[in-house]
Design a protein around this ligand. Structure first.
Ligand code: ADP
Ligand code: ZN
Length: 756
C-alpha cells in the first residue's frame, strides 16, 4: 500500500508559488535538499520545502531524481530564505538560487581541474622616454601592448591581452623575441589565496581603546549588533581578529567576515590567514564552480570555520555561528544589483539573530542608517577615535581650483586636446608629489573616472557622441583607442568628423585616469607609476599583482579610481592627492554627498599610516561643500549633523524606508505608460485599502533613462514601517498585470543604494 507521497518544491521561476510533486518509489528527500524535476517540457532543479498532503493537485508529476543525500540548506538557512523572500518580495526559488548559485544551476557537483595559462611579464623596464621612443619608433602597436602590460602591474594573461584587449598574438611574440617581455606557462592555482605569500602574524598588543572594544564584543550576546566606529588606521582588523580568536579558537564556533570586495582587500585577507591559517576559506568571485563547491563543502563539513568573502559569503553554510563581521559596512557593494536584491548587512542581522551570533559593523564612515540605529540604541556603539601606535591622522589641505588656475603662457597655442600638466596639478600638489619622489616615499592619487577623456565633443555644433544603447556619453579610451560605454560596454572607433555638422575639430572633454597617467609619466619620466582601475584589473589577479608591487616599494605613484581608497595599509605612503573631488558629488541621487564624503575620508585615510606621517591634498571647485569640509577635518559627526536634515526633506533613508520600483522596456512610450498605469493602480490600492502609512512618489523617468536599449521609469514607495512596504510590494507584484509586449519588466528594489 504505497500511497503517493508528495513534496512541496521551490523552483527558481519568477512566480510567487511553490510546486507539488510525488516522489515515486524512492525515499522522501529531506527538506533543504535538491531535486531534479520536470517543469512543462524542461527539467529544473528545485529545493524541497517539506512533505505535503498533495490535496488540490490535479495531476501531480513525479520527481526525476533526488540529488542530495543530505540537505544543502540547513533549517536556519531555509528560514533565512523565507525571510528574504518576504522582505525583498522575491519568489522563494529565486532567493534560493541566489543563495546557492552553483548548486541550482548544475545537476552534478562540479569537479575542479587544474588549468594552465600563458602569462606575459615585462622583462625589461624602459624608464627613459628617449629609449622607449626609439625602441618603439616603428612599432606603435607593440608600444601600446607593452604599456598596457605596464599598467596591469607588469604582468598579464596572454588570453586576456589577445582576447578582451584585442592585441594580435604576433605582437606578443614580437615583444618576446625582442626580450622586452617573457612568456611563461603557469598553473592557475586552485586557490591562489592559499598560495599567496603570507605576512607574518602580527603580534600587536591591543591598545586600550582596542581592548575596550574587544572586551565589549566578547561579552556580547547572540543577536547583539555592535557598530565599531574607528577612524582610518585605528586598528579595526586587530579587533576583529581578537574577537575571532575567542569565538573560533576558544569557543569552537564559526564566523563570517564580509569585506566589500576580496580583490581590493588582499592585505586584510592576509591578516586573517596569518592568524587562523587553514581555518579560513576565502570565497572570491574569481573562483571557478569547482573551487566554489570545494569551499562550500569544507565549510559545511566544519573543516574550515571562518568564511571570508564579499556579499554572498553571508550565505556560507556554517553551523554554530558565533560572529558575523561586516567590514566597511557603509559600502554600496554589499547590496546585490540583481534579483534577489538583498543587502548583505541586513541579511547578516537577520541571520545572526536567528543563529545566536553577534554582529560587528565596522567603518570609519558608517552609513547614516547604521549611525541612526546606534543613536536609537538598537546597536551598541564602540569607538576607536585615534590611530594606533605613533600614527596620526594626516593633515588635509584643500586647493580651490577656481582660484588656483595657473597662468599658462601662450595659452592660445595649447592644443585643446592635450591638457597641460599644470591645468590638472595645482602648485601645492605638484610640489608635494615632487618632494615624495625625491625622498623615496610613495604617493596615492585618486581620480574617480577611468578612461582618457570623459567624452568627445564637436567644437562647431557642440554635439557629444553618446551610446546608441544608453542615455550616457561614451568615454574616450586610449591604448587601445576606443569610445566605450561604461554601462553596456558598447565600443566604437572615434570619428574625426562630426556626424551632425561635418565639423572637423573634435575636442576631448573631462579627464580620466589614462590621461593623468600620461601627464605624470611625461612630467616625471623616472617615476614608476601603477594605474589601478577597471581597465587595468580585468585579469584574474591583477589587483593583488599591482598592490604587491606597491607593497614591495616598486611603485612610487599609485593612481586609480575609488578602487585605491579601500583598506590599503602602506606605511611608506605619505601623500594622498585627490585630483578632482567633485566627481560624483552632484549626481541626482540622495546618497551622492554621503558617498563622496566616504570616498574622500577613505582615500585620505591611506596617508600617514607609518612613522613618517602623511599629508593629503584635495583639489575641488566646491571647497565649502560639507562632504569636502568634513573629510578635511576628519569629522564624521559634523557630516552627520549636516547631512541628516537633508534626508528629512524630502524624506529619504534613514528618516524613512523606501522601495524603488523600476519599469523598463524597449519602447519609450510603452514604458512610460506602464509606469503611469502602475502608479494609478498603486494609488487606488493605497486609498481604497486605507493604507495611509505608505506614500507614493512619481512616477518619473530614471536619471539614466535608457540602459542597454531599455527605457527606464521609476516610482518610490516610502513608509516608516518595513512590513507595510513588503505587503504592498507583494500585492502589487502578484496582481498588477504587466503587458507582454515591448519586453516590459518591473523590478522591485527594496532599500536601494542608488536611484540612478
Ligand atoms: P583600520 O582598518 O582601522 O584602518 P588597520 O586594522 O588596517 O586599521 O590597522 C592599521 C595598522 O595598525 C596596521 O598596520 C596594523 O598592523 C597596525 N596595528 C593595529 N593594532 C595595533 C596595535 N595595537 N599596535 C600597533 N600597531 C597596530
Ligand atoms: Zn551603452
Amino acid at each position: 500500500m504505497t500511497a503517493p507521497r508528495f513534496i512541496e518544491v521551490a523552483l527558481p521561476l519568477p512566480l510567487f508559488q511553490t510546486f507539488t510533486y510525488t516522489v515515486g518509489d524512492g525515499p522522501v528527500p529531506s527538506a533543504g535538499s535538491r531535486v531534479l524535476v520536470p517543469v512543462r517540457n524542461r527539467r529544473a532543479i528545485g529545493i524541497v520545502l517539506g512533505p505535503t498532503d498533495g490535496a488540490g493537485v490535479a495531476r501531480p508529476r513525479t520527481i526525476i531524481e533526488a540529488l542530495d543525500p543530505e540537505p544543502v540548506l540547513s533549517a536556519e538557512m531555509m528560514a533565512l530564505c523565507h525571510w528574504m523572500s518576504e522582505y525583498y518580495v522575491v519568489p522563494l526559488g529565486l532567493v534560493m538560487r541566489g543563495v546557492l548559485p552553483v548548486l541550482l544551476t548544475v545537476e552534478r557537483a562540479p569537479t575542479p581541474s587544474a588549468k594552465t595559462i600563458r602569462v606575459a611579464t615585462v622583462a625589461r623596464e624602459l624608464p627613459s622616454l628617449q629609449e622607449r621612443d626609439s625602441i618603439f619608433k616603428r612599432a606603435p602597436r607593440q608600444r601600446a601592448l607593452y604599456e598596457v602590460l605596464e599598467q596591469m602591474g607588469g604582468r598579464g594573461a596572454v588570453p586576456h591581452l589577445t582576447g578582451q584587449l584585442g592585441f594580435g598574438a604576433e605582437l606578443v611574440r614580437a615583444l618576446e623575441s625582442r626580450g622586452l617581455v617573457t612568456i611563461e606557462t603557469s598553473v592557475v592555482a586552485r586557490d591562489p589565496f592559499q598560495t599567496r605569500a603570507r605576512i607574518a602574524a602580527t603580534p600587536h598588543e591591543p591598545s586600550a581603546a582596542q581592548r575596550a572594544a574587544i572586551d565589549a564584543l566578547v561579552a556580547g550576546k547572540g543577536g547583539d549588533v555592535f557598530l565599531l566606529h574607528g577612524v582610518t588606521g585605528s586598528g579595526k582588523t586587530l579587533v576583529y581578529i581578537e574577537l575571532l580568536r575567542e569565538i573560533v579558537m576558544k569557543r569552537g564556533q564559526s564566523a563570517i567576515v564580509l569585506v566589500p570586495e576580496i580583490a581590493l582587500t588582499p592585505q586584510t585577507v592576509d591578516r586573517f590567514r596569518a592568524v587562523f591559517g587553514d581555518q579560513v576559506a576565502v570565497l572570491h568571485s574569481a573562483l571557478g564552480d569547482g573551487e566554489r563547491y570545494d569551499a562550500y563543502l569544507a565549510l559545511r563539513r566544519g573543516e574550515k570555520r571562518i568564511a571570508v568573502g564579499a556579499r554572498s559569503a553571508i550565505f556560507a553554510p556554517l553551523a554554530n555561528l558565533g560572529a558575523i563581521i561586516v567590514d566597511e559596512e557603509h559600502e554600496g557593494s554589499y547590496k546585490n544589483g540583481e534579483t534577489p536584491r538583498y543587502h548583505a548587512r541586513e541579511v547578516a542581522m537577520v541571520r545572526a539573530r536567528a543563529e545566536g551570533a553577534v554582529v560587528v559593523l565596522g567603518s570609519a564612515t558608517p552609513s547614516l542608517e547604521s549611525w541612526e540605529n546606534a543613536a536609537q540604541g538598537k546597536y551598541t556603539l564602540l569607538s576607536l577615535p585615534e590611530r594606533v601606535g605613533a600614527a596620526r591622522l594626516p593633515s588635509v589641505e584643500v586647493v580651490d581650483l577656481r582660484h588656483a588656475q595657473r597662468p599658462v603662457s601662450g595659452e592660445q597655442q595649447v592644443d585643446p586636446s592635450r591638457v597641460p600638466f599644470r591645468f590638472v596639478f595645482s602648485e601645492p600638489l605638484e610640489a608635494a608629489l615632487g618632494e615624495r619622489l625625491q625622498r623615496g616615499e610613495q604617493s596615492i592619487l585618486l581620480l574617480n573616472r577611468r578612461g582618457y577623456a570623459s567624452f568627445l565633443q564637436c567644437e562647431a555644433c557642440g554635439t557629444v557622441r553618446s551610446c546608441p544603447n544608453c542615455s550616457i556619453t561614451l568615454t574616450y579610451h586610449r591604448s587601445p583607442e576606443r569610445l566605450i560605454c561604461h554601462y553596456c560596454l558598447h565600443e566604437e572607433m572615434p570619428e574625426t568628423v562630426c556626424r551632425k555638422c561635418g565639423g572637423t575639430t573634435i575636442r576631448q572633454r573631462g579627464l580620466g585616469t589614462q590621461q593623468v597617467e600620461r601627464l605624470i609619466a611625461e612630467r616625471y619620466p623616472y617615476a614608476r607609476i601603477a594605474r589601478m582601475d577597471v581597465d587595468t584589473t580585468s585579469g584574474k589577479w591583477a589587483h593583488a599583482e599591482i598592490l604587491d608591487r606597491v607593497g614591495r616599494g616598486e611603485v612610487e605613484i599609485l593612481l586609480g579610481t575609488q578602487m585605491i581608497a579601500k583598506g590599503l595599509d602602506f606605511p611608506n605612503v605619505t601623500l594622498v592627492g585627490v585630483i578632482d573631488a567633485d566627481i560624483g558629488i552632484n549626481l541626482p541621487d540622495f546618497r551622492a554627498s554621503e558617498r563622496s564624503f566616504q570616498l574622500l575620508s577613505q582615500v585620505a585615510g591611506r596617508a600617514g599610516r607609518g612613522p613618517k606621517g602623511g599629508e593629503v591634498i584635495i583639489q575641488t571647485r566646491i571647497p565649502t561643500h560639507h562632504a569636502v569640509q568634513c573629510a578635511v577635518t576628519h569629522d564624521y559627526l559634523a557630516f552627520v549633523r549636516q547631512e541628516s536634515p537633508a534626508r528629512r526633506d524630502p524624506l529619504y533613508p534613514p528618516a524613512i524606508r523606501i522601495a524603488n520600483v523600476i519599469f523598463s522596456g524597449t519602447s519609450e512610450k510603452a514604458t512610460a505608460d506602464l509606469a503611469l498605469d502602475a502608479a494609478d493602480w498603486l494609488r487606488k490600492l493605497l486609498s481604497s485599502q486605507g493604507i495611509a502609512e505608505v506614500t507614493l512618489v512619481g512616477p518619473a523617468p530614471c536619471p539614466v533613462d535608457r540602459i542597454k536599449k531599455r527605457w527606464r521609469w521609476h516610482l518610490l514607495l516610502k513608509s516608516q514601517r518595513a512590513s507595510a512596504l513588503s505587503r504592498v510590494g507583494r500585492y502589487f507584484l502578484e496582481r498588477f498585470a504587466v503587458p507582454s509586449s515591448h519586453a516590459l519588466r518591473v523590478a522591485f528594489d527594496r532599500d536601494p543604494v542608488s536611484l540612478l
